[in-house]
Design a protein around this ligand. Sequence first.
Ligand SMILES: Nc1ncnc2c1ncn2[C@@H]1O[C@H](COP(=O)(O)OP(=O)(O)OP(=O)(O)O)[C@@H](O)[C@H]1O
Ligand SMILES: [Mg+2]
Length: 497
Amino acid sequence: MMMKGEMWSNLGSTMATIMFMYAMFRQYFPPQLQDYIEKLSNFMYPYIHVTFDEFSGERMKRSEAFSAIQNYLSGRSSAYAKRLKADVVEDSQSLVLSMDYDEEITDEFNGVKVWWAASRSTSKTQQFSFYPASDDKRFYILKCHKRDREFITGTYLIHVLKQGKAIAADNRQRKLYSNSAGQSWHGYRSTRWTHVVFEHPATFDTLAMDEKKKQEIKKDLIKFSKGKEYYAKIGKAWKRGYLLYGPPGTGKSTMIAAMANFLKYDVYDLELTTVKNNVELRRLLIETSNKSIIVIEDIDCSLDLTGQRERMKKKDENEEAMDPISNKAKEEGKKESEVTLSGLLNFIDGLWSACGGERIIVFTTNHVEKLDPALIRRGRMDKHIEMSYCRFEAFKVLAKNCLDIDSHPLFREISRLLEETDMTPADVAENLMLKSDYDDEKETCLKSLIEALKAAKEEAREKAEEKEEKEKEQSVKGDLKQDTISAKDVKENGAIH
Ligand SMILES: Nc1ncnc2c1ncn2[C@@H]1O[C@H](COP(=O)(O)OP(=O)(O)OP(=O)(O)O)[C@@H](O)[C@H]1O
Ligand SMILES: [Mg+2]
């Protein structure tokens, strides 16, 4: 990559004007002279130019190609151009640097060299317009040798557009969408996506879990995000379902944030209880964008999806009266959501789910055993990930994150206790939160964790004993009952045979 100071477009445009005039009056030249002129022009200026305007079409929309080229050239421009321009591009989280007007940079692809220049043409007439482009038309000019014409207009330009779009996706400011209930109108409330900027700091590096499991998930995500052709080839919609299950505080929500940061996807946090019915659920799905993670947290509590099939069989009125979700909705005077299990299944893998690509659907639950098997079967929820209590390997990540230490003499005892005690990463992290910057504070944290682990171990032991005692009591009662029945039997029937 090298930088040239002066513009070549003057020579190019002079040649272009001459050739344009020549093309108009070509028929007046004798054939031999025509041949000679063409050879001469090729010899003097063997290049072709391709222009990319910033605004194009009748409605003067900002050209996608221009934006992609701007992004593609931004890295090269900042490294090689002498004069740069900085633009704030919509939805981008950082400034986009591009070469200033009349600057030129070269690029090389598969051994073929091309030249890029930024330029503008300013209109002399004073005309009112909403578009800055009508006064100040910005454009890029690509120059390449005539012999490379086919390669440049085909392979190279496809490469530029693809790379430019990928850079834009990387720089994009990501969003966290949630569906909030809109205004109530005669009992009807439609829900809409609203968003805030997504800025969760969790990454796979800060996530405390088994390293092997972490790598496996990362590999799976990469395979998915690069799988456009693969999914098309096997005839499947480009989507993947993840079920995250485990006790509260084991990092299910944190894992979702880490996944979104890893893939640079938007997050749609879907609150099912505010969705009126299946039609609305479908509309919300259609409104989601590509490169996104659609999340339904605590799926077992979201709706009565778990027992829907059984309930159809039983039609047990009492059971319904005891349903905390329907009661809550009634208390608040809201209409209960009519989303059904089949509506949700259709949402995941019905035809509607194929209306766009690159979507990950994540369900989280604390009670995987309560979920309807149809909801979580492979193909719908392709990957089931158990988020478990903190063991030593996960602890080491937390110790590094919170205390910035890789080893400590107290680690041995902690390791032993973590194997014997179930404590969530959330609780471990809480104990490791530094209260001051003093070095001995780190040891204090580790000691307080040891105390907490011992207390948790003791509590678990007491609970187990209590449980055992209760079970014993119940079995004694059962035996007594059995004895009474047997005695009654003897009395009524005489003898036991
Ligand atoms: N595996 C983990 N790695 C790093 N931090 C964790 C992990 N698990 C929990 N935490 C910390 O504990 C807090 C609670 O975690 P999180 O909300 O992800 O748990 P959860 O499994 O989603 O819980 P719930 O089932 O109640 O929704 C987070 O703020 C996070 O900092
Ligand atoms: Mg959570």
